[in-house]
Design a protein around this ligand. Structure first.
Ligand code: NAD
Ligand code: MG
Length: 394
C-alpha cells in the first residue's frame, strides 16, 4: 500500500529534497499534490520527472503560462490559488503533507493539514513561530502527527523515546541543546558586518538552502526562530533550551537527560536525511546521501554565540517569554527586513534594527484566532515597510 504525499512549496529547496527522497521509494509513496508559487521553470522541470496528480499554482498570475504547457502533462490536474491548496490538504487521498512553503505565507496551508489530521512534516517554522500554541492545540484535537523536518528538531526527535509525540512533555528532560553553525559571519569582525552583501550572507558554510533562511542563518535569527519552534514542538520553556555554535554542522542537536546522559544525532548536512526519517517514520528509509566517515572527522568545535553582535537569539527568547503577539511581530518584521536586505534596500545590521523597532512600536496584543494573526501580521508588515522606506530616505 502506498501513502499519498502532498508537497507544499515543491519548487523550493525543501520541496526538491523531498521529491528526491520520494522518487527513491516509489513502492511506498504516491505524489498526490505539489504546489509552486513563482518558479515556473522549476515546476516544468519537476513535471518532466515526477507525476503528481494535482499541481497548485499558489500565485494565480502564472495561470496563463501554465495553460500553455498543460497539454504536455495530460495526466496532471492544474489548479490556481492558495484556497485550492488548503482544500487539497484535506483530501482523503493525502496521508502526508510536507509543509515546505517559506514564511507566514505557509500558515493557512499548514493549518489546513493539521485540521485535517494529516501526518504533517513541518519545515515551515514561521507558522509555528506565529501560531505555535494554536497549531499544537489543533494537532492534539485532530490527532495530526507533526514531525519536524528542521534538522535540529528532527535530531532532537530522533533522540527521544520511541512513541514520543510532538507536543508532549519529555520524561526526564534536563535540557535541549540546539546546535548552530554560526553562519557565514561567525568569525567576522563586528565592524565588517556593516558592509556585508546579500551574496555574502547567502553563502552558508555547510548547508544549501533558500534565500530567506540563508539570511536568517547569517543574522542567527534562524536559531531564534528555532528556539521558539523547539518550545512549541517539545513543550519546553526557553530556559530549557541552550544554543551552542558548532561550526562543522555534524551534530544536529542534543538532548540532555536528568541522569547526566546526553544523546545526539550526527550526520552529513543534507536535508534528505531528516526528510527521509520523517517520511518513513517509524521505519527508516535507505537513501543515497553522503555518509559521515568518523575516520575523516578531525574536530568537533563548540562556541558560545556572539550575542552582542548577533542579538537575534536573545530577541526571540524574550519575544517567546513575553508571549501574546510578540513572536508573530518578530517573525513578520524579520520577513520584511530580510526581503528588504535581499533587494538591496537596507544593510545587514538594519535587519535587526527594524525587528527591534517593530517590537518597540507595536504594543503587545493578545491574539487567539488565525484571522487576528493574519491581521496583526499585515499591521507589522505595513510598519516594517514604512521603516524600510524611511531608512532609504534618510
Ligand atoms: P525556498 O525559498 O527554497 O522555497 C520556498 C517555497 O515556498 C517555494 O516552493 C516557493 O514557491 C514557495 N513560496 C514562496 N512564497 C510563497 C507564497 N507567498 N505562497 C505560497 N508559496 C510560496 O525555501 P526553503 O529553503 O525550501 O525553505 C522552506 C521552509 O523550510 C522555510 O520555512 C525554511 O525556514 C524551512 N527550512 C528549510 C531548510 C533548508 O535546508 N532549505 C532547512 C530547515 C528548515
Ligand atoms: Mg534548522
Amino acid at each position: 500500500m502506498t501513502r499519498g504525499v502532498a508537497v507544499f512549496g515543491a519548487t523550493g529547496s525543501i520541496g526538491c529534497s523531498t521529491l528526491a527522497v520520494l522518487a527513491a521509494h516509489p513502492d511506498q509513496f504516491r505524489l498526490e499534490v505539489i504546489s509552486a508559487h513563482d518558479n515556473m521553470d522549476r515546476l516544468l522541470d519537476i513535471l518532466k520527472t515526477h507525476q503528481p496528480k494535482h499541481v497548485v499554482l499558489t500565485n494565480p498570475e502564472h495561470w496563463e503560462t501554465a495553460k500553455t504547457h498543460r497539454h504536455r502533462f495530460p495526466q496532471v490536474i492544474f489548479h490556481a490559488g492558495m484556497s485550492c491548496l488548503n482544500e487539497l490538504a484535506q483530501s482523503p487521498d493525502v496521508d502526508i503533507v510536507v509543509a515546505g512553503i517559506v514564511g507566514a505565507a505557509g500558515l493557512r496551508s499548514t493549518m489546513a493539514a493539521v485540521t485535517a489530521g494529516k501526518q504533517v512534516l513541518l519545515a515551515n517554522k514561521e507558522a509555528l513561530v506565529m501560531a505555535g500554541s494554536f497549531v499544537m492545540r489543533e494537532a492534539q484535537r485532530t490527532g495530526a502527527r507533526i514531525l519536524p523536518l528542521d534538522s535540529e528538531h528532527n535530531a532532537i526527535f530522533q533522540c527521544l523515546p520511541k512513541g514520543y509525540q510532538t507536543g508532549e512533555s519529555i520524561q526526564g528532560l534536563e535540557q535541549l541543546i540546539l546546535t548552530c553553525s554560526g553562519g557565514p559571519f561567525r568569525t567576522l569582525d563586528a565592524s565588517a558586518l556593516k558592509t556585508v552583501t546579500p551574496a555574502m550572507a547567502c553563502q552558508h558554510p555547510n548547508w544549501s538552502m533558500g534565500a530567506k533562511i540563508s539570511i536568517d542563518s547569517a543574522t542567527l535569527m534562524n536559531k531564534g526562530l528555532e528556539l521558539i519552534e523547539a518550545c512549541h514542538l517539545f513543550a519546553v520553556q526557553p530556559a530549557q533550551v541552550d544554543v551552542v555554535v558548532h561550526p562543522q554542522s555534524i551534530i544536529h542537536s542534543m538532548v540532555a537527560f536528568c541522569d547526566g546522559s546526553i544523546l545526539a544525532q550526527l550526520g552529513a548536512a543534507d536535508m534528505r536525511i531528516p526528510i527521509a526519517y520523517s517520511l518513513g517514520y517509524p521505519t527508516r528509509l535507505a537513501i543515497d546521501v553522503p555518509r559521515l566517515n568518523w575516520r575523516d572527522l578531525r574536530e568537533l568545535q563548540f562556541e558560545i554565540p556572539r550575542h552582542a553582535d548577533f542579538p537575534a537569539i536573545e530577541m526571540a527568547r524574550a519575544a517567546y517569554e513575553s508571549g501574546a503577539d510578540r513572536p508573530l511581530v518578530l517573525n513578520a518584521a524579520n520577513e520584511m527586513a530580510v526581503a528588504a536586505f535581499l533587494n538591496g534596500a537596507i544593510g545587514f545590521q538594519q535587519i535587526m534594527t527594524i525587528v527591534a523597532e517593530c517590537l518597540n512600536r507595536l504594543p503587545r496584543q493578545p491574539i487567539s484566532v488565525v484571522e487576528d494573526m493574519i491581521l496583526r501580521d499585515a499591521d507589522v508588515r505595513a510598519l516594517a515597510k514604512s521603516l524600510v522606506e524611511a531608512s532609504i530616505c534618510s
